[in-house]
Design a protein around this ligand. Structure first.
Ligand SMILES: [Zn+2]
Ligand SMILES: [Zn+2]
Length: 292
């Protein structure tokens, strides 16, 4: 059973075949593909793998529900993204560039419906001979799953916990109402796996899950304080807050999809602050934010 597929490209399929061969297996030996979430780098190749191996594809129902709007009939989602960009206060001149920023990614996804839906809990029935637990960890994506192999004491953390970078947690038309609160709660839920060896979907395997969870939570709490300080200093729109944030690279170096991800991340923090009573929002286009 494979966890996550790469981008949909002939190169990715070749790399996967070579890696399977190095592990002493062939594509036809795959019986299943567990998808942590439907971002292009995790799900794009799923259709080709299923075709080449005959394996089942499984994911959380909250991810399956997003496939059609995101990858098949995309017109309505593009309209909703454009409305959202007006809400966040993106300048008129940037609307086209930002609105179309994800279209290039569609080339790297061939949509496929899951054969099985996975809920949180024991999924050993899917993998005879192993005790595997699926853990619902929304935030980076609404139906994101981590998988825990009890016998091996290994946690496959997907994009939920990465060793060096913080996963993007964005508000956007498919994110659900308060993705950052969900993300933080799902980090707390993983504390009981501290001590497991972690295999993330990006970068290197690592130990010290509890410490990494502390770092991720501290990062977002500092960002929340930073957003309040920016609004207190006169930033009114999500765009102004995003421009004001201290990023690891300058805002001016972001364009297209990176800039949209930064805006979504700023918006997610503003919503959590409103929920906590530290900010309030005045409706309108764009939305305007005030302290308290
Ligand atoms: Zn992702
Ligand atoms: Zn990823």
């Amino acid at each position: 059973v494979l966890v996550d597929a790469g981008w949909d490209s002939p190169e990715a399929l070749d790399e996967l075949s070579a890696a399977l061969a190095a592990a002493g297996a062939r594509m036809e030996d795959l019986v299943g593909l567990l998808v942590t979430h439907i971002h292009p780098d995790h799900y794009g190749l799923a259709s080709r793998i299923r075709e080449a191996s005959g394996c089942w594809v499984a994911m959380h129902g909250a991810e399956a529900a997003l496939i059609r709007d995101r990858y098949v009939e995309i017109g309505e989602l593009l309209d909703r993204i454009e409305d959202w960009l007006v809400d966040v206060g993106a300048p008129r001149a940037d609307l086209d560039d930002l609105g179309n920023a994800s279209i290039g990614l569609l080339r790297h996804v061939r949509a496929v419906r899951p054969d099985r839906l996975v809920e949180e809990g024991d999924i050993s029935a899917l993998l005879p001979g192993r005790t595997i637990e699926a853990i619902h960890t929304p935030g980076h994506s609404p139906g994101h799953l981590c998988f825990y192999d009890r016998a091996a004491n290994v946690l496959l953390s997907g994009d939920h916990v990465l060793p060096r970078i913080t996963p993007n947690v964005s508000f956007h038309p498919q994110s659900g109402p308060d993705p950052l609160a969900q993300f933080l709660a799902a980090l707390e839920k993983l504390r009981r796996y501290d001590g497991a060896f972690v295999l993330p979907s990006h970068e290197r395997p690592f130990d010290g899950l509890g410490r990494r969870i502390d770092e991720l939570i501290a990062h977002h709490e500092a960002r929340l304080d930073e957003a309040v300080a920016l609004v207190a200093d006169g930033a009114e729109t999500i765009w102004e807050v995003a421009v004001g944030f201290a990023w690891s690279n300058p805002w001016s170096s972001f364009s297209g999809f990176m800039r949209r991800a930064a805006l979504g991340e700023a918006h997610a923090h503003m919503i959590t602050l409103a929920e906590r009573g530290r900010l309030r929002v005045e409706s309108g286009a764009p939305l305007r934010w005030r302290v308290g």
